[in-house]
Design a protein around this ligand. Structure first.
Ligand SMILES: Nc1ncnc2c1ncn2[C@@H]1O[C@H](COP(=O)(O)OP(=O)(O)OP(=O)(O)O)[C@@H](O)[C@H]1O
Length: 650
């Protein structure tokens, strides 16, 4: 188990000894990197990076909500000014109270200054409350702006970006904490600014009262600030050490409470070992927390002691100044107030600096992702997408996935005419799905071209193009939407088309069984939601393809989960759909009996088209296709042969 090292931090308990559930070392999560960085970064470096971070956070806040940003800053500034006014007025009150003369006269003389103190205090309170309100209004704006930007980019980048590990990693980091940290960063930034205004107010007042008081303020706050920061860092280290234990516990939680595992937990009597393991880990976490509480108490004791000693020293110096007549009593009284104000503002500021630095690391991830994602955006289109085609041509296309040495497709050429059905066949990993994604405009070949008549798809508006292509994907999505929306998707509702698509795909039988028909929500997380079987989902996915009514329909393994009757019906429907609508169909399947009807069959092997022709031509040629077909056919023939033998012997 890895965790940020400190000599006394707790380790993960030796798990699995009694239960046999030996959980190996966990993969180090991304955020550990930053947590460790925070722990080992000195104050000087943190403060050095502050201006840049504060500037970027304020720029983001300004873009998200200029009104609330301006209000937050202005109201905090005004509250700081009234803090200074109250302090100066207090000096006036004390001045009058400690002046010579009868007590009633001195009190009367102090009244105007007292009124000023009271007014400044009320105003400062009101302004602080208003500033808090403006800040509370600003935070959701910032959070929304950051998250919306992230989603906009994640949905706009090319599909290929999701095959790139580096992009994935950046997106993960930005979405897990990056976007949410922006709100916290803005809050901490405002805390720093507010604290700085408070410190300036206290320091200004002290400077005016007596020049020796400024160093006294520093003397008072430095030990306390150091102690506060040290205590916070200790807490942080210990929380990090517990994090690993918590992750293990969360894994066990999930195993014991998830719907996916509930059957096997019972079938394989895993309850006892899981509970024992849970008890061991939870017990360790409890002990660590108790130890943390004890150490925190010690640190606080030390912090409070250091603060008390520093304050005592300050008062001693103040006393000496008084005794020696260097400072009048009234000034000393005000100085005590100003020192207290300055000290609490400084403690807040130090904590905010620490938190700003930490949030800033995640915020930088967010900014990095936003910048990096720009490289994955599709290039601006040079022409509109064609409405249809007479012929689709793939010319010598080569395509390599990011990070791969070998191309998934190498020099592939084919053509497909309007109203035709072609089939792509080949063994696992031969490149069929990749080729279908090139045809769907989801990937661009790195060499070669895909054209609709004379138009190169690399130049067209891909968003527009995709409206003209229907894809029944191998790994189709189970959308947490109604059955209707699972078929119509982003197209407008059309009952006639929905009925046709459902009939062709067999989805009509699925919907007939649903409690609310087409309006049934297909996700058990909703109160009235229902779940479908794999084959039922596949029928809906096929209906989705038919409903789109596009000139090109791509079906990638559309029957893998279907029963024999539904499979037969779907293949017949695909041909009927092509005949009726004039759409071109690209069919990918391992069920070779179903591709006999195709106008042309392309056989792929390791990213190359090794043969093409009709079923009869390919069988006559005797290559890979004939071999695979014969293998499948023999599997079907063996049963009747045996039965025949049995009948014969009887
Ligand atoms: N997202 C990806 N990133 C990297 N390599 C990939 C990715 N998807 C597929 N590949 C690789 O590209 C090659 C072609 O894969 P593809 O999915 O196109 O094959 P296929 O013929 O559709 O296979 P199957 O019949 O198993 O569905 C394989 O070597 C595969 O490992």
């Amino acid at each position: 188990m890895r965790s940020p090292q400190s000599a006394k931090e707790p380790t993960t308990p030796a798990t699995g000894a009694a239960t046999g559930l030996e959980l190996p070392e966990l993969v180090e999560p991304e955020w550990y990197r930053y947590d460790r960085q925070v722990l080992h970064t000195g104050w000087a470096r943190m403060i050095g990076q502050l201006p840049g971070l504060v500037g970027r956070a304020l720029a983001l806040a300004w873009r998200a909500s200029p009104g609330n940003t301006a209000a937050t800053l202005a109201l905090n500034l005004a509250a700081g000014v009234f803090t200074a006014v109250a302090l100066v007025a207090t000096a006036g009150v004390l001045d009058e109270l400690f002046a010579a003369g009868p007590t009633p006269d001195r009190v009367y003389a102090a009244v105007p200054a007292l009124v000023l103190v009271a007014s400044a205090t009320v105003l400062r309170g009101a302004l602080s409350a208003a500033a808090g309100w403006a800040q509370a209004r600003l935070e959701p704006h910032v959070e929304q702006a950051a998250e919306t930007r992230l989603m906009e980019l994640a949905t706009a980048v090319q599909v290929l970006a999701f095959d790139d590990n580096d992009f994935h990693d950046r997106l993960f980091r930005a979405s897990v904490r990056g976007a949410s940290e922006t709100k916290r960063l803005v809050t901490f930034t405002v805390d720093i600014l507010t604290g700085a205004i408070g410190i300036c107010a206290a320091a200004g007042v002290l400077g005016v009262l007596h020049p020796v008081l400024l160093p006294l303020l520093v003397l008072t706050v430095v030990p306390e600030g150091w102690a506060a920061a040290h205590a916070a860092r200790m807490r942080y280290t210990w929380l990090m050490a517990i994090t690993d234990v918590r992750r293990r516990r969360a894994m066990l939680d999930d195993l014991m409470t998830s719907r996916n595992t509930c059957a096997e937990v019972r079938s394989y009597t895993m309850r006892e070992p899981l509970l024992s393991e849970f008890a061991a880990i939870a017990g360790h976490e409890r002990d660590v927390q108790l130890d943390l509480a004890r150490r925190q108490a010690l640190v606080r004791l030390f912090g409070d002691g250091a603060s008390g000693a520093a304050t005592a020293l300050t008062y001693l110096v103040l006393g000496l100044l008084l005794v020696n007549g260097v400072m009048p009593l009234a000034v000393a009284g005000t100085a005590v107030l100003a020192i207290r104000t300055g000290r609490s503002e400084l403690a807040v500021t130090l904590r905010a600096v620490n938190s700003t630095y930490e949030s800033g690391l995640y915020f930088r991830d967010y900014l990095d992702f936003c910048e990096h994602a720009q490289r994955w955006l599709p290039p601006p289109p040079r022409r509109p997408a064609p409405a249809g085609f007479d012929r689709i041509t793939v010319d010598d296309a080569t395509f390599t996935y990011p990070g791969k040495d070998r191309p998934a497709l190498a020099g592939v050429s084919l053509h497909l005419d309007r109203g035709e059905t072609i089939a792509l066949v080949g063994e696992n990993g031969s490149g069929k799905t990749t080729l279908s994604k090139l045809l769907a405009g989801l990937y661009q070949p790195e060499r070669g071209r895909v054209r609709w008549d004379g138009t190169d798809l690399a130049e067209v508006d891909t968003h527009e193009l995709r409206r003209r292509i229907a894809v029944v994907a191998q790994d189709h999505t189970h959308w947490p939407l109604s059955a209707r929306r699972n078929v119509t998707m982003s197209s407008p509702d059309d009952e006639r088309r929905l009925g046709d698509a459902a009939r062709l795909s067999g989805a009509d039988e699925v919907v007939a069984e649903l409690a609310y028909g087409w309006d049934t929500l297909l996700d058990r997380r909703f109160a009235a939601g229902q779940e479908l079987s794999g084959g039922q989902w596949q029928r809906l996915a096929a209906a989705r393809g038919f409903y789109r009514d596009a000139p090109l329909l791509i079906c990638d393994e559309p029957t893998a989960a279907l029963d024999a009757r539904a499979e037969h019906r779907l293949f017949a429907s695909i041909h009927e759909h092509a005949r009726r609508t004039g759409s071109a169909v690209v069919l990918i399947t391992h069920r070779l009996a179903s591709v006999r009807m195709a106008d042309r069959i392309y056989v792929l092997d390791r990213g190359r088209v090794v043969a093409h022709g009709t079923h009869e031509q390919l069988m006559a040629a005797g290559g890979l296709y004939a071999e695979l077909y014969a293998l499948q056919a023999s599997a079907y023939r063996s049963v009747p042969d045996t039965q025949d033998d049995g009948l014969r012997s009887a």
